[in-house]
Design a protein around this ligand. Structure first.
Ligand code: BGP
Length: 470
């Protein structure tokens, strides 16, 4: 659709950015915090441990002040489960509650809305030992955690996200360091989809509990959505794209919104003897959880051809290797790549927004979008990152076109507010508007520096997205 006139960004559009606890906070075993699966995993060779990260635990005041300087309306961060419940259930850690109270109050001091992710890749290690999401009790563990957060922070936190990228936990868990398999597991796919099922039920129940305990608060999911293109106009490539879209994307949003398994996914699970078991009350719970909005992370699209049955599976968030019997992933020659090999597709952002809104008709907030790159701090304390500015210019342009297409947008929270540790590629893969002075293994000063993109984003926010010029 070629538009003659663009619609403006809505008034009160939520401009901000995101982080997650295990990647930004550090202080990973301090003040009573229990270890999470991220603290006990073996980090990929050549990448930093997750013990100090960007040290936001000790520097949140400075970070929030810098976000306020950029004009943030919202800050998306996650709450570390094992910081407030060190063993995952039972005893509450008062120091953990105090930390998040302080962080929330600091945001509110500058009129920055806290958007809280309840779970971002960091299962308490104590619960991993009890079977993690494979244990049917995990639904109740998560609800206890949710209740603890609603009770302690619900007076001030009005926007909640349930589980970050549940689809990536399911599809590429080993890469993120989250997949826990019981010893002797013989049907891995079935186990993974049983864990996935427990997460879906936990999410539905947490949404219902939020509405019950915090009337007026809003809650939504936060999967990683990437529209999948057919590689050609061969009809079988479209079948492959439908398959991949269903397994990667729609399963999660269909469940969050309609409480039902996507039929293509169910057929795939049946075919592979991997259908999850429903426990008593699951179907009702899934039907009773309703999101108020859709949050999703967008980095790129994917492209597939028909399966020939030899696909390997696995990969990382944006580089899937395909799904055996369903679709084979191929490169898209029309797209550029980041220095870390992720395809860049700003028009795909508009495509994805149009598709998601058309399917679900709920307001959308983008909970992640961004460019991982090598940045350099100059001797005079500057970081020139025109590549990042260009990336955002193109994506924000496409978001505005999507708004003009009548997609209802609530906000935009790129990844990330501050430099932090990547899921599997360390500190060198930077995303922030704020540079953190440390290397992979040398912690240096941990001081903060404003990148060029910091000043640029400040202007974008000040003009409500009208002025994207450099
Ligand atoms: C998403 C995760 C984030 C974040 C981001 C960038 O998948 O929700 O936690 O890390 O991707 O990915 P990476 O760190 O692998 O570059």
């Amino acid at each position: 659709m070629l538009h003659k006139k663009l619609k403006p960004f809505p008034e009160n559009f939520l401009w901000g950015a995101s982080t997650s606890a295990y990647q930004v906070e550090g202080a990973n075993l301090e003040d009573g915090k229990g270890p999470s699966c991220q603290d006990v995993k073996k980090v990929p060779e050549g990448t930093s441990e997750l013990d100090v990260c960007a040290d936001q635990y000790h520097r949140y005041k400075e970070d929030v002040a810098l976000m306020a300087e950029m004009g943030f309306k919202v800050y998306r961060f996650s709450i570390s489960w094992s910081r407030i419940l060190p063993k995952g259930t039972g005893e509450v850690n008062p120091k953990g509650i105090e930390y998040y109270n302080n962080l929330i109050d600091e945001c509110l001091k500058y009129n920055i809305i806290p958007l809280v992710t309840m779970f971002h890749f960091d299962m308490p290690a104590a619960l991993d030992e009890r079977g993690s999401w494979g244990n049917p009790d995990s639904v109740n563990w998560f609800l206890e955690f949710a209740r603890t957060m609603y009770e302690n922070f619900g007076d001030r936190v009005k926007y909640w996200l349930t589980i970050n990228e549940q689809n990536m936990l399911t599809l590429v868990g080993p890469m993120i360091g989250t997949l826990h398999l019981p010893e002797g597991c013989t049907n891995v796919l079935k186990e993974i989809y049983q864990q996935n099922h427990h997460m879906l039920v936990a999410q539905a129940k947490a949404m219902a509990l939020c509405h019950e305990m915090l009337p007026g608060a809003k809650i939504g999911p936060a999967p990683n959505i990437a529209l999948i293109y057919p590689n050609s106009n061969k009809p079988e490539d479209t079948i492959a794209a439908q398959n991949m879209n269903a397994v990667r994307n729609w399963l999660y949003l269909d469940m969050a919104v309609y409480g039902k398994y996507n039929n293509l996914v169910w057929a795939y699970l049946e075919e592979n003897d991997a259908c999850p078991e429903f426990h008593e009350g699951d179907a009702e719970a899934l039907a009773n959880g309703h999101p108020d909005f859709i949050g999703f992370n967008y980095y790129s699209t994917g492209t597939v051809t028909a399966s020939d049955g030899t696909e390997e599976g696995g990969g990382d968030q944006q580089n899937s290797r395909g799904l055996p019997g369903m679709a084979k992933n191929v490169k898209n020659p029309n797209l550029m790549k980041t220095e870390f090999g992720w395809e860049i597709d700003p028009i795909g952002f508009r495509n994805t927004l149009r598709e998601v809104y058309g399917r679900y008709r709920l307001p959308i907030i983008i909970t992640e979008n961004g460019l991982g790159a090598y940045d350099t701090l100059t001797e005079d304390g500057k970081v020139h990152d025109p590549y990042r500015i260009r990336y955002y210019q193109e994506h924000i342009k496409q978001m505005r076109l999507a708004i003009t297409d009548d997609v209802e947008m609530m906000g935009y929270c790129p990844w990330s507010a501050v430099d932090l540790i990547s899921t599997h590629e360390g500190m060198k893969k930077r995303y922030g508007f704020i540079y953190v002075d440390r290397d992979e293994f040398d912690l240096k000063t941990l001081n903060r520096y404003r990148k060029d993109s910091f000043y640029w984003y400040k202007k974008v926010i000040a003009t409500n997205g009208e002025d994207l010029s450099e």
